[in-house]
Design a protein around this ligand. Structure first.
Ligand code: FAD
Length: 399
């Protein structure tokens, strides 16, 4: 068994580390200040001109379209490469989304029909358009089968009515992938359909932002008699769920990769603090409590990273159903970072709580990640259900 990375991925990892340290980390104080100044509003924490500058530089370095197939203009390096880049860039708290966002890319690659390529798949793959997924509703979160937003057939058109909530990207998105009920009887078993809704479609409104803990912006959407042609149906009518599950699997593994980057950074901070801070005549590094925090954090980060690499390897070898890997990896990664951030705060004392360091920012951000993309309880349930059904423990190596 070979755990070394191919040469091209080693070079990519090193290059992204340098890029993150030189171009992204210097913005951290700005992000912390802007987030604190935001109050109940929705000012983005990265100044738009800085984001543009970083994205332009990333493009120059070939970091756009890492997992986009070559035929659509990407470098086709796959999911492992993308997650290695995610991990490295997320050693910084400054959140930069490299175009295109992988989960919706995979959904579009699976579901787009040829006539939708020019308006959606191709500009999305080139990073010219941003998309958002609008699934959640006030009465349908973990249990997405409870969605109510209706798409009715009137003549040869679809008419959409309803509300979506907690939707990321909001005004930043050029188009939304909206999941609607097309058959009330069948519901999730053939009655849910995905639609492509452009931001400027008549009847589509971004109503308000909903301020939340941490640095994420989420919005409520209203669709009032939104009229769409058949060419706005993404995939097959009634078949939204399976491709959606696969899309969610991609995001969950990616989220764990982000957790690895941040945990790595926090462990680095703990090491420095443990070596330089003296109490009662000894450095913290000599205290068994502090050693325990560093040892446990190291082991848990290592385990998460292996899970991310393993899931990515499966995907790159053709497996599209990452439901179990996505569930296990997301729970493990987000809960790992929660513990690491808490230990890092404790090791830094008052300094760990201050907005002069990044630790408290991470501790608040990761609290969102334990709910976003499905809460931990749902992922544990999903994992147990699959394993109980199969009647055997999870097989890391398929024989
Ligand atoms: C910052 C942010 C961004 C988001 N972005 C998007 C987005 O872009 N698009 C989108 O569609 N959605 C988005 N969401 C919504 C997110 O996916 C949902 O919040 C999530 O799926 C949980 O649903 P809920 O909040 O309705 O919680 P509920 O479903 O009401 O669950 C509440 C709690 O009950 C427990 N629970 C629920 N069911 C079970 C069970 N079966 N067994 C045990 N415990 C259970 C869990 O602990 C859960 O946390 C976002 C949410 C946030 C906070």
């Amino acid at each position: 068994m070979d755990f070394s990375l191919p040469e091209e991925l080693v070079m990519l990892k090193k290059m992204v580390r340098k890029f993150t340290e030189n171009e992204i980390m210097p913005l951290e104080n700005t992000v912390i200040e802007r987030e604190a100044a935001r109050g109940m509003g929705d000012m983005r924490s990265i100044p738009p001109e800085e984001e543009e500058r970083i994205l332009a530089k990333a493009k120059e370095l070939g970091l756009w379209g890492i997992d986009v197939p070559e035929e659509y203009g990407g470098s086709d390096l796959g999911m492992l490469a993308k997650n290695i880049v995610e991990e490295e860039m997320n050693r910084s708290i400054v959140w930069i989304m490299l175009p295109p966002d992988s989960p919706n890319l995979n959904l579009l690659l699976t579901c787009c029909k040829k006539e939708q390529y020019d308006d959606y798949l191709l500009p999305y793959a080139r990073g010219e358009k941003i998309s958002a997924l609008a699934l959640t509703e006030a009465n349908a979160g973990s249990d997405a089968a409870g969605i109510q937003l209706r798409a009715e057939r009137r003549g040869d058109k679809w008419v959409l009515n309803g509300t979506k909530t907690w939707i990321s990207f909001g005004p930043k998105a050029d188009f939304f992938i909206v999941i609607a009920v097309t058959d009330k009887e069948k519901r999730q078993r053939g009655g849910f359909t995905s639609f492509l809704v452009d931001r400027d479609t008549p009847g589509f409104k971004i109503m308000r932002n909903i301020p939340v803990i941490g640095d994420m912006l989420v919005y409520e959407l209203v669709l009032e008699d939104v009229i769409l042609d058949d060419n706005k149906v993404l995939g097959e009518v009634g078949q939204a769920f399976v491709p959606l599950q696969n899309r969610l699997g991609v995001r969950r593994v990616e989220l764990a990769a982000k957790c690895c980057g941040l945990a790595d950074r926090l462990i680095e901070l703990m090491i420095t603090q443990a070596n330089v801070r003296n109490t009662f005549g000894q450095p913290l590094a000599e205290r068994q409590f502090v050693q325990g925090w560093i040892a446990d954090s190291t082991a848990e980060l290592h385990a998460t990273r292996l899970m991310v690499y393993h899931a990515s390897w499966k995907f790159d070898n053709g497996e599209r159903d990452l439901r179990v890997e996505g569930a296990m990896t997301k729970v493990f990664g987000t809960e790992m970072l929660t513990r690491v951030a808490d230990r890092a705060i404790q090791a830094h004392g008052a300094l760990g709580l201050s907005k002069e360091m990044i630790i408290e920012y991470v501790a608040r951000m990761v609290r969102i990640w334990r709910i976003l993309e499905g809460p931990s309880e749902i992922h544990r349930w999903l994992t147990a259900r699959q394993i109980l059904r199969s009647g055997k423990p999870y097989q890391t190596i398929i024989m």
